[in-house]
Design a protein around this ligand. Sequence first.
Ligand SMILES: [Fe+2]
Ligand SMILES: [Fe+2]
Length: 246
Amino acid sequence: MFRDDLRIWLNHFEYHAEHPRSIPQGLSDGLQPEERRRIARSVATFQLGEQAEGNSLLRAARGFARTHEVPALVRIMELFIREEQRHAALLRSFMEDHQIPLKASDWTDGVFRRVRRLRGFELYLYVLITAELIGIVYYRALEMATDCQRLKVLCRTLVCDELAHIGFESHLLLALRAGRTAPVRILIRLAHRAFLASTASVVWLMHRAVLRHSGFSARCFLRSCLAHYAFYLEPARVTLTPRSVP
Ligand SMILES: [Fe+2]
Ligand SMILES: [Fe+2]
């Protein structure tokens, strides 16, 4: 699978590196004090999560690329990290303009970073895709929770990039999973779903002010995250050939 598909993903990331998404000028940028209070700490935590330094991810990607003889993967991951850093910069610029303090650390971010370093590129991908699946539900909720046009467009911009990241990561993960035996595939699926569900529950607790405001109960948030998981990592077996008509 890898080589041809990776060439397509490399084109995607190179195109977006040359044409980075930007937030149009002139959007209304007002944030009511109450709204600012509601979102400030939550946005700061996500801004911190977007700040990928990327050294350990690149190290893991280099090892994987060597083993599987797919050098293009290293370049893809460099561009991917750059895109995440751009997300962090866009959020930082919004926060600075609204005097929202940046966070230097957060325990949830720390846990994610530690788990990612445990073992290998594949585990890294599972952790990354978990954060991004939850992230798109969160950014859509944040978009609904605000009246600020600039923040709404910023959320949409981040979701667009994250959807492509999830597409790329799920593509790789499904290809890797296909090479495993059936019992291992079942174990991986159960472990990943459990990790996603527990992480989404913690995220709901930590960000409930924003999520509740946009109508997400804990149950609804969890269901939405799991539905995204199912869409990307449990693709239905769809056949494009029409069934034979008797
Ligand atoms: Fe991101
Ligand atoms: Fe991402």
